[in-house]
Design a protein around this ligand. Structure first.
Ligand SMILES: *Cc1c(COP(=O)(O)O)cnc(C)c1O
Length: 365
C-alpha cells in the first residue's frame, strides 16, 4: 500500500543534509554557540525577506510572541484580541505578560480574523491585537492595520505559518509593529530544534527585544528588567541559513501541489481552501472543509494517507478558557473546527502520492 505522510523530513534531509552538516561543522569548530555570527546573519536575512529594518532571534515562536508583547509594554489590566481559531501559543503569550485574551471570530473561507470580527471583539481595555496568518495565507491586513492605527492599538502578527506570504506585495510581518516567526521543525522554514524570530519596524523595539531575550540585560551583569533566557543558538541559526536558501523552491513546490489538488479535486463535495488573490499563499497547510470530517480522516488513514486536524477545538472552548468564555459564541471558529482537514503538502510530495490522496479522498466522500 502506498503511504503518504504529512511531512517527510528524511526526504528533505537528503536534499539539505550535505550543506547542513558543513554548517554544523563550521559552528562546532568556531566554539561560539549562543548569540554569535550565524544568528546575527540570520536576523539580517529574515529582516531582508520581510522588508523590515529589525529582526531579533529567540528560542521559539511562542517566545517571539511573548517578547513582542513585553517589548510593547502590554501587561496586567490590558486586553489583547486574537482569533479563536489558532494554535494555543498565540493566547498563551497574552497570559505570560499578565494580560487577558479576547477572542475574535474567523471567516469560514479564509480561516482568518477580519477587520469586522476584530472590531466586534474590541473593548475599552483593548491595548493590542495579535493577527494570525493561518495555514500560510495573510489575513486581510490593510483594514486590520488601519483599525489598529485608528484605535492606537499595538499590532502583532503571528507569522508562525506564513513566512514568505504577502498581501499586495507587503510581506507578513511587515504590517504590524511586530511580526513573530516560529522555526519549529514542521514549519515551512524549520530548524532541527526550537527557534523563533521577531521582526520590528522601530529601533526602540529592537533594543527592548534584545534586552528582554537576554535576562533583561544590555550590558553584562547589568539588569534593567526581568527578562527571559530566549536566545537562538548558533547551530539552529546555521541550519536555518542553509534551509532559507531552499525556501523559495520549497514554497514554489507547495504552491504547485496546491494547484494540482485543486485540479484533481474539482467538483468533489468538499470545500477547497480559498485564495484571496492579493498575494502569495505559501500553503503551510492545504486545508479542506468537510462535513463528515472524522469519517473521512479515518478512511484516508486506512488507505495509508495521513491528514491533520488543525485545530479541533477553538480556543474559547478549550478547558483552560471554558470558565471565562463558556458563554461566548463564535460560529465561524466553531464551524471550521468541526470541518477542517489538512492534506499532505510538503515540498517533496510526489505526484503519484498526491494522486493517491485524491483518489482515496474521492472514493470516501
Ligand atoms: C507553531 C505556532 C506557534 C508557536 O511556535 P513555537 O515555535 O512552536 O513556539 C505560534 N502560533 C502559531 C499559529 C503556530 O503555528
Amino acid at each position: 500500500m502506498m503511504k503518504v505522510p504529512m511531512l517527510d523530513l528524511a526526504a528533505e534531509l537528503r536534499e539539505v543534509g550535505a550543506d547542513v552538516r558543513a554548517a554544523l561543522e563550521r559552528v562546532l569548530v568556531s566554539g561560539h554557540f549562543i548569540l554569535g555570527p550565524e544568528g546575527a546573519a540570520l536576523e539580517k536575512e529574515i529582516a531582508t525577506l520581510c522588508g523590515v529594518p529589525h529582526a531579533v532571534a529567540c528560542n521559539s515562536g511562542t517566545d517571539a510572541l511573548h517578547l513582542a508583547l513585553r517589548a510593547a509594554g502590554i501587561g496586567a489590566g490590558d486586553e489583547v484580541v486574537t482569533p479563536a481559531f489558532t494554535f494555543i501559543a498565540t493566547a498563551e503569550a497574552i497570559a505570560y505578560v499578565g494580560a487577558k485574551p479576547a477572542f475574535a471570530d474567523v471567516d469560514g473561507a479564509s480561516f482568518n480574523m477580519t477587520a469586522a470580527t476584530l472590531e466586534r471583539a474590541l473593548t475599552p481595555r483593548t491595548r493590542a491585537v495579535i493577527a494570525v496568518h493561518l495555514f500560510g495565507q495573510c489575513a486581510d491586513m490593510p483594514p486590520i492595520a488601519e483599525l489598529c492605527r485608528r484605535r492606537g492599538l499595538v499590532l502583532v502578527e503571528d507569522c508562525a505559518q506564513s513566512i514568505g506570504a504577502d498581501w499586495d506585495g507587503r510581506q507578513s510581518g511587515a504590517w504590524g509593529d511586530f511580526g513573530c516567526f516560529s522555526f519549529y521543525p514542521t514549519k515551512n522554514l524549520g530548524a532541527y530544534g526550537d527557534a523563533g524570530m521577531v521582526v520590528a519596524r522601530e529601533a526602540k523595539h529592537d533594543a527592548a527585544l534584545r534586552m528582554l531575550r537576554h535576562h533583561g540585560s544590555r550590558q553584562t551583569y547589568l539588569h534593567e528588567a526581568i527578562g527571559l533566557n530566549s536566545r537562538l543558538d548558533e547551530m539552529q541559526a546555521a541550519i536555518l541559513r542553509v534551509k532559507l536558501k531552499f525556501l523559495p523552491r520549497y514554497t514554489a513546490a507547495r504552491r504547485a501541489h496546491a494547484a494540482r489538488y485543486r485540479e484533481l479535486l474539482a467538483g468533489a463535495r468538499l470545500g477547497l481552501p480559498a485564495e484571496h488573490g492579493r498575494g502569495t499563499h505559501i500553503y503551510h497547510q492545504f486545508t479542506l472543509r468537510l462535513e463528515r470530517r472524522d469519517e473521512v480522516k479515518k478512511a484516508l488513514a486506512d488507505a495509508g494517507v495521513a491528514s491533520g486536524v488543525y485545530y479541533p477545538i477553538p480556543l474559547h472552548r478549550q478547558p483552560v478558557y471554558e470558565k471565562e468564555f463558556g458563554e461566548l459564541s463564535l460560529p465561524g471558529a466553531e464551524a471550521v473546527a468541526r470541518e477542517v482537514l489538512s492534506l499532505p503538502i510538503y515540498p517533496q510530495l510526489e505526484d503519484g502520492q498526491l494522486r493517491h490522496v485524491c483518489e482515496t479522498l474521492r472514493a470516501c466522500l
